[in-house]
Design a protein around this ligand. Structure first.
Ligand code: SAH
Length: 346
């Protein structure tokens, strides 16, 4: 008979210590195994060389180590790397390493597919299959950290939750993954180097503020006019801008952390002066900056990047209102690794 073995990485350190004690062993053994699982990233019990053979066999009989596997790795001619990551149940998500002169950033997924319906995003066309577990998120970061060391001779410096899925719809697991990423028992990274990007779920933004999280917040705004935003991000009907605004004011009041608005300017959608004026007004509610993202085409031309004059107008008007603007060029377009292009095509 096949009994289903438990995933050992679902246990906390305390639970592992208790398990060893219940086996008549020392609780300290739990710490050793925990270190193997998280800091040293062991994929097998066999690899845990300072643990006795009998103990390893006992672990093998009781547990499995569910680890992600990088199925395929594509390298762009700009140095960007895209991983197709296979999960223990066969589903696939994608994660990306983006190198620049000063940093290497991991763009990680939080869900398999996405339940939101942004009309310009390739991931939105995939059904949401399930949430990722904390370790599946953590493993993506570890895999990219190794690739960064291997191909760029430096460890990972930043993490953005801008891969597949809506992180705030898998909030608990994202938080647990970040705890591990920032913990000295995990990767020991500073939370200031982590950005969680959301399409804007007001209730969860408030929850994050209440939880006093230390990472940064980015909101995919794309329009500060309800009618326009609903036409490109239909869930805006359920979470209208007034609710988003209230949640962001709450966020700033509690955390004193500035917000980044991600914003794509599309021809004929949000490229007029009234669109910029609405954005300027929205930026006044809480200290914020605007990141103008280049559009990465995913379809047969329904959405088109606005003309450069429109982008220039955005930049000028925002700057005239003392709002910091950055313009983000796409990376990894040739391998479908850029924002909004992640859809398991490879
Ligand atoms: N669900 C989260 C994170 C994933 S999307 C969110 O919405 O923020 C990461 C970023 O890519 C978001 O700002 C999103 O609006 C943007 N994006 C989606 N499709 C895009 C595309 N085709 N071109 C450029 N940016 C896109």
């Amino acid at each position: 008979m096949n009994t289903i073995k438990k995933d050992i990485r679902a246990l906390t350190k305390e639970q592992l210590r208790d398990f060893f004690e219940s086996q008549g062993d020392k609780a300290f053994r739990g710490n050793q195994v925990y270190e193997w699982l998280w800091q040293k990233g062991a994929h097998t019990f066999e690899a845990m060389t300072n643990i006795s053979k009998e103990t390893r066999q006992m672990l093998e009989a009781n547990f499995v180590i569910n680890h992600i596997r990088v199925d395929t790795m594509q390298r762009s001619n700009d140095g960007t790397i895209k991983n197709a990551v296979r999960l223990h149940d066969g589903l696939i998500v994608e994660s990306v390493l983006i190198p620049t002169a000063s940093r290497t950033t991991a763009c990680v997924s939080s869900q398999v597919g996405c339940s939101l319906d942004c009309r310009f995003c390739a991931t939105a066309r995939l059904k949401r299959m399930r949430n990722l577990n904390p370790d599946e998120i953590y493993d993506q970061v570890v895999a990219i950290d190794s690739e960064s060391k291997l191909y760029h001779n430096r460890p990972l410096s930043n993490i953005v939750f801008m891969g597949m899925g809506e992180p705030l719809m898998n909030y608990n697991n994202v938080l647990k993954a970040i705890d591990k990423i920032t913990s000295p028992e995990g990767l020991g990274m500073s939370p200031k180097r982590i950005v969680v990007s959301t399409s804007g779920v007001p209730k969860m933004i408030k929850k994050m503020a209440d939880d006093n999280v230390r990472f940064k917040l980015a909101v995919s705004l794309h329009s500060a006019i309800d009618e326009v935003r609903t036409s490109i991000m239909p869930f805006n009907e359920t979470f209208p801008l007034a609710d988003l605004r209230e949640a962001l004011e709450y966020w700033y009041a509690k955390t004193k952390n500035t917000i980044t608005y991600e914003y794509v300017v599309w021809e004929g959608i949000n490229d007029q002066r009234k669109d910029v004026d609405a954005l300027v007004q929205f930026c006044k509610f809480a200290p914020s900056k605007v990141n103008l993202i280049e559009y990465n085409p995913i379809d047969d031309g329904e959405f088109q990047q606005a003309k450069s004059e429109a982008i220039d107008m955005y930049q000028k008007v925002l700057e005239a209102n003392n709002i910091t603007v950055t313009i983000r060029r796409s990376r990894g377009k040739d391998i479908d690794a850029a924002c909004g292009q992640l859809a398991n095509k490879s």
